[in-house]
Design a protein around this ligand. Sequence first.
Ligand code: AP5
Ligand code: MG
Length: 210
Amino acid sequence: MASSIVLFGPPGAGKGTQAGNIVAITGKPQVSTGDMLRAALAAGTALGHEAKGYMESGQLVPDEVIIGLIEERLTQSDASDGVLFDGFPRTIAQAEALSEIADVSVVIAIEVPDSRIVARICGRYTCANCDAVYHDTFNPTQTSGICDHCGHSEMKRRADDNEETVRTRLAAYHAQTAPLADWYRHRDLFVAVDGDQDIDKVSQLISAVL
Ligand code: AP5
Ligand code: MG
């Protein structure tokens, strides 16, 4: 089995921000369950309909839905040499299911204290065309409202990027996802990087791991 990489961390840790750099280094496609669910929601599919309430309230979508989504994604030809998982797995059940269908070579955890998370999430915006991730204060576009990457002039914000939902997402992270750290530590796959510093410095740490 070709090996995959897991990008792990709380909401707002910088998984999406760092994914581009990892894709550039490894050539593995980014597989973000959050992005896949938002695409399903936007397309009005049955999956999107099922996930909507969970996502809007900040709770995890049920394991069987997520595992089915990943099983299907891994059948696509670009996944044959492994992928970069972003935001998956998020429960022990998801990690166990993943271990049956893919080989994971490393889990890179971006560690950021809870006290930083609300400010990061509530200031986030993304390009409506290419999904590049920005922040009002920490990482704004160079020209106001114009995407640095593709030049598009429409930006969007996520429906779940508000303080109340972020608190639920953080609670879900600590209760259901954080225990996965030990699960992967026991398998010698877990590497933590300090995500509480500039984006470029975090990228350098991750590059060194790779
Ligand atoms: P998902 O889309 O995965 O959201 P999340 O895990 O909450 O993570 P985020 O995307 O919010 O954060 P990120 O780490 O990618 O941070 P980013 O780089 O954008 O999931 C959404 C929902 O879908 C879940 O709540 C759940 O309902 C459902 N779901 C998804 N996967 C699931 C699964 N496997 N099982 C069950 N349910 C699932 O950065 C955030 C902001 O910070 C940006 O503005 C960025 O510019 C800024 N920033 C980044 N790095 C830094 C830095 N070093 N310093 C300062 N600012 C920074
Ligand atoms: Mg993300």
